[in-house]
Design a protein around this ligand. Structure first.
Ligand code: ZN
Length: 138
């Protein structure tokens, strides 16, 4: 069986990290599926999904990592071509990846105790986002 739903988010951009574990768990709860996999996908070229311990220190460390390896300043060919100034956002999103799959058993995500599913918006402005959550199982 397959169940598909959406998670709507209003984001601030600039590397904002949002814990989306509760809405993903909610989609599983609303489905009739008890065991399977949940895939979260962002149809976006400037954001991504991963897991992290959702606490201030780890979040800021993760944000700083992207400042170090994909600096917002500097010359991006994307910016020269489109003038939207978010060349770094696209590269960061490509690096992180747009989707994540997590198994669930008896209706519960099999995440670790300190592990949350997070959405990271790298764009250089506030956005309205609509993520796809697809549940497959029985
Ligand atoms: Zn762009």
């Amino acid at each position: 069986m397959i169940h598909t739903a959406a998670i709507e988010l209003r984001t601030e951009g600039d590397g904002q990290i949002i814990d989306i574990t509760p809405p993903v768990a909610q989609v599983i709860g609303e489905s009739a599926i008890r065991n399977g996999i949940a895939t979260v996908f962002c149809p976006s070229a400037t954001s991504g999904v991963t897991t992290i311990e959702y606490e201030d220190g780890a979040i800021r460390d993760f944000q700083r990592l992207f400042d170090e390896i994909v600096a917002p300043t500097g010359e991006y060919l994307h910016n020269l071509r489109w003038g939207d100034g978010n060349g770094h956002s696209h590269v960061r999103a490509a690096l992180l990846g747009p989707s994540l799959t997590v198994p669930f058993v008896e209706g519960r995500l099999t995440l670790g105790t300190w592990q949350q599913i997070v959405y990271v918006d790298f764009d250089n402005r506030a956005r309205h986002r609509r993520l796809v959550v697809q549940i497959m199982g029985e």
